[in-house]
Design a protein around this ligand. Structure first.
Ligand SMILES: Cc1cc2nc3c(=O)[nH]c(=O)nc-3n(C[C@H](O)[C@H](O)[C@H](O)COP(=O)(O)OP(=O)(O)OC[C@H]3O[C@@H](n4cnc5c(N)ncnc54)[C@H](O)[C@@H]3O)c2cc1C
Length: 466
């Protein structure tokens, strides 16, 4: 293979997801020369918006909702006058074969609020908390229900294993959400692609050199100098810079060095950084978006009492199904789309399976939940969208969560090494916003500030050697 000689930059940023895009554009606009390396043939990372050609609406394969009103996302969108609309509609639940409107969140909230007040210094897992909590109470069917729904919430929303996820991490997330009205959810007019376009403009304004299809394989480093080796379509590229910002997902940092996408650090990362990488967990999710010929659920449920509520205004449908427990519509928009969400062990069972298997399981789930025959659903189904984030070598999971007893791991992961290796990405957020787009943007901004600070100190020597 031929060696591709690339001009040195002040900073090389690895990964063009929300974190890398926000950091690279901030640094470029601050006057540093920045090269952004991205393994895939597109930017955005776990933001991946397609356009449905029939309905002309965005289809999200990754992030879809803006959780609350985080300034990191809202300020960028509002400055470009992107229309943002709130998710609105009825919640429905399926329980013991019965379907009906429900107040899902008040069921869950009682237990989560209890968890918040009982959070203490010595951490415990959510499963341990639930055990302790219910051991002090009378075992009523209501308690059983609340426990089941709250477990479903933690596995569904956080994509987390209840036996592994730390209560302290969950509570930090709840407190952070309260600051941004996190109980509300929004969508941008054209989906998250609106945000990516904004970043694209900012990269151009900052003169950032973007290299797609460039898989970073190794980072050789010593204080003040990194040499990066990357695989690109026309051979091996080598880049040198005084500092690098690594924004690849936690799953990629956890991969074995010979796995596709993995990055070999030479010398290895400090032990505390390696421990932090092990002590944060990557949650799993499989989501499908199904486009039907019509909104067949409008007249459901079947056999309902006269004048009782239909599912016409449904936003979310919650269940304990083993394959796709949660579903939602495009509400308030009336579109013939249903999104199925399979987190944690459901995702583990679906990951690595064929697209047809995943779609079939989603249709069978709808049959179980709604009572519509699979034959009818198959006839109504026009198109299905799906991406397996677990099998994708450049994500290796959906998003991160904090493991019990490892409260400081995100901060350790985020910390720069010798003012030379810098780290960002949703897993490095320390403000309680892991697993979100705004958390990723915030981490990119934090890392950009660290690099700008370091660059001011070393700028003289950088220009002298350039
Ligand atoms: C199914 C799903 C649904 C979600 N829903 C929501 C939601 O509704 N709302 C929300 O706020 N968040 C949601 N999230 C989470 C959100 O998408 C992420 O937290 C956020 O996008 C992560 O951004 P990032 O920059 O940290 O990582 P990424 O977006 O993963 O960016 C990292 C980049 O690094 C690149 N890369 C990896 N390895 C290499 C390598 N060796 N060399 C070069 N480049 C490499 C990757 O290709 C990628 O582009 C969802 C995620 C998933 C998977």
């Amino acid at each position: 293979m031929q060696a591709d000689v690339v001009k040195d930059a002040d900073v090389v940023v690895v990964g063009a997801g929300a974190a890398g895009l926000s950091a690279a554009s901030a640094l470029g606009n601050a006057g540093l020369s920045v090269t952004l390396l991205e393994a895939r043939d597109r930017i955005g990372g776990r933001i991946f918006t397609l356009l449905d050609p029939k309905l002309c609406v965005p289809i999200e394969l990754g992030a879809e909702f803006i959780h609350g009103r985080p300034p990191e996302t809202w300020d960028l969108l509002e400055r470009r006058q992107v229309q943002i609309s709130e998710v609105d509609g009825d919640n429905w639940c399926v329980e013991e074969g019965r379907i009906g409107p429900c107040d899902f969140f008040s069921n869950v909230d009682k237990i989560l609020q209890k968890m918040k007040t009982s959070a203490r210094k010595s951490d415990q897992s959510f499963a341990e908390f639930l055990r302790d909590y219910s051991s002090k109470l009378k075992h009523t069917p209501e308690l059983q229900r609340a426990k089941r729904w709250s477990t479903g919430y933690v596995t569904g929303f956080n994509a987390a294993d209840p036996a592994l996820v730390g209560v302290n991490w969950l509570v930090q997330g709840m407190r952070a959400e309260e600051q941004i009205e996190g109980d509300r959810a929004f969508r941008a007019e054209h989906g998250y692609t609106d945000l990516i376009e904004i970043f694209q403009h900012r990269l151009q304004d900052g003169g950032v050199a973007v290299r797609k299809n460039t898989v970073v394989e190794s980072i050789q480093w010593r204080p003040g100098r990194v040499e990066i080796t990357a695989n690109c379509p026309n051979g091996i590229a080598r880049l040198a810079a005084p500092r690098v910002l690594v924004t690849v997902p936690l799953g990629v940092l956890q991969a074995r060095v010979d796995d596709k996408g993995a990055i070999r650090f030479i010398p290895e990362l400090p032990t505390n950084k390696q421990d932090a990488i092990r002590n944060i967990e990557m949650g799993k999710v499989i989501r499908v978006t199904l486009r039907f010929r019509e909104r067949f659920w409008e007249d459901l449920p079947k056999f309902r009492e006269k004048n009782s509520q239909t599912m016409d205004g449904m936003s979310f449908l919650f269940s304990h199904d083993d394959w796709f427990p949660t579903w939602w519509t495009a509400a308030p928009a009336k579109l013939p789309l249903l999104v199925g969400w399979a987190p944690f062990h459901c995702a583990a069972r679906l990951s690595g399976r064929s697209e047809s298997f995943v779609i079939e399981q989603s249709i069978e789930t709808l049959h179980r939940l709604l009572g519509v025959s699979t034959q009818e659903l198959d006839t109504l189904l026009e198109h299905a969208y799906f991406h397996d984030w677990q099998s994708d070598a450049f994500s290796r999971g959906a998003y991160s969560y904090g493991k019990v007893g490892h409260g400081g791991a995100q901060r350790t992961l985020a910390a720069p090494v010798e003012n030379t290796l810098f780290f960002a990405g949703e897993a490095t957020d320390v403000g309680g916003h892991n697993g979100t787009v705004h958390g990723a943007i915030a981490s990119g901004r934090r890392a950009a500030a660290e690099i700008a600070h370091a660059a001011r100190v070393t700028l003289g020597s950088t220009s002298a050697t350039a």
